[in-house]
Design a protein around this ligand. Sequence first.
Ligand SMILES: O=C(O)/C=C/C(=O)CC(=O)CC(=O)O
Ligand SMILES: [Ca+2]
Ligand SMILES: [Mg+2]
Length: 402
Amino acid sequence: MSARASWVTGADGSGFGIHHLPYGVFRVGAGEPRIGVRIADVVLDLAGAEAADLVLAGGALCQPTLNTFLALGAPQWTAVRQRITELLTDPAHRAAVEPLLVPLDQVRMELPFEVADYVDFYSSEQHASNVGQIFRPGQPPLLPNWKHLPIGYHGRAGTVVVSGTPVLRPQGQRPSKDGPVFGPSARLDIEAEVGFVVGVPSPLGSRVAAADFADHVFGVVLVNDWSARDIQAWEYQPLGPFLGKSFATSIAAWVTPLDALRHAYVAAPEQDPQVLDYLRDEPHVGLDLRLTVSWNGERVSEPPFAGMYWTPAQQLAHLTVNGAALRTGDLYASGTVSGVRRDQVGSFLELTWGGAEPVTVGGTERTFLVDGDTVTITATAPGPDGATIELGEVTGTIRPAC
Ligand SMILES: O=C(O)/C=C/C(=O)CC(=O)CC(=O)O
Ligand SMILES: [Ca+2]
Ligand SMILES: [Mg+2]
């Protein structure tokens, strides 16, 4: 039995119980954005709680984004979380806290933090091998560098949007047998990923060791790295993804603190060949996050994050090994999460093998996204005492190109 139970109705036994407490930014009506923490189907207004001195964070919770709070660092993140836990478990606080609870159906969620830099990795061996075979048939599925460093590219921070934001079908150049043509992408896809949110910055010219991961990274968000495969396939050589992925990247509205994922750590896959010293992480652990991908409400895949080849700590060490600075609000995504089976892949490129093997969704044969389609990614993680944590979902609906 868990030591603590919440007095909030519906919290115990829900994926958003007392052991989770993810942070987000919400508005009520035309009100200003406010920081809140989710429990069950309500949001605790943390701006209100800090204004009433129920929780102390030096004003960091009275800001329009999480960035000031993210910069405070791990001891403060833990202290605030402990205080919120106290407020939501001790019946003595109920009378003061209850008026600060806002039902979820009365709020509109905003982007939880101002995204500084956005990096996307490529850390699923299965995904990389699948894409290699589809994009580069006849060549080895993995490029020679893949097992020596976490491959990544810099994305476009300004086009990261919160879950629920409509996604406009991008236009661009795509190849045809008569040369490139311009128009709406005909191969619009998803990528189910897990994003890591940096809180504590690092100075230019310094490195962050894998061992210091939890001192810098505050938490995780689900990510959908929308990808226009036709634009991508034409533009990506030799410099990597550009306009095929920069038109929109959706993230969940709720940031799950690493503190809530203590029970989700699992041994990461063994690495062979051995990695260079700066990439060694001890313990070599990943997170047991179980993702689901739903296409118009129909579950089409269940990607397992535990099998990712490169860990988030290794990605962080690699990201800074050249002396690149971290900034508060940096977001780095894992790369598409794919497992070994076809019903575990994190993209429709793989699910339909480049569009050659359609799947049935809603009774019709489908390959890539059509206008009006909605894709929702969810995930669960083990919590304490057999409890399950549900990460905030990331969802988006495709709108026609304009
Ligand atoms: O191998 C390629 O050329 C392209 C790979 C991707 O599109 C994958 C990407 O964005 C990284 C990832 O999400 O794993
Ligand atoms: Ca990606
Ligand atoms: Mg993107």
